[in-house]
Design a protein around this ligand. Structure first.
Ligand SMILES: [Zn+2]
Ligand SMILES: [Zn+2]
Length: 111
């Protein structure tokens, strides 16, 4: 059973510090500017994961049906996770991830 909790609220990105507007057509699950996400969900939108680490984009795949799929790895626990790119994601950042030239800005890993 898949449970999907709709949780489309604006937030301030923990990585780049920009304020992010709600997505409107779907749940916002990552920052459209730096593409980072937080490891807070077990099932999409449930906010039940206690890890709370930053999910850093490590790769982008093109899917004929779904569009761009962003692959993430949690910098805290190492778990990998995929998210669909949103319509308003920074395409420049998507390209950087594809070209493996992306680096998370201004973020220091907690030990
Ligand atoms: Zn951000
Ligand atoms: Zn994690």
């Amino acid at each position: 059973m898949k449970s999907f909790v709709k949780n489309d609220s604006g937030f301030v990105c923990a990585v780049c510090g920009k304020s992010v507007e709600p997505l409107k057509y779907s749940s916002r699950d990552h920052c459209p500017f730096c593409l980072c996400s937080l490891h807070v969900d077990i099932m999409p939108g449930d906010r039940q994961n206690e890890c709370g680490g930053v999910l850093a984009p490590i790769d982008v795949e093109q899917n004929a049906k779904k569009g761009y799929i962003i692959k993430y790895r949690c910098i805290k626990c190492g778990q990998e996770h995929n998210n669909k790119a949103a319509q308003d994601d920074s395409f420049q950042t998507v390209l950087k991830v594809m070209n493996k030239t992306y680096q998370i800005q201004n973020y220091k890993m907690k030990k």
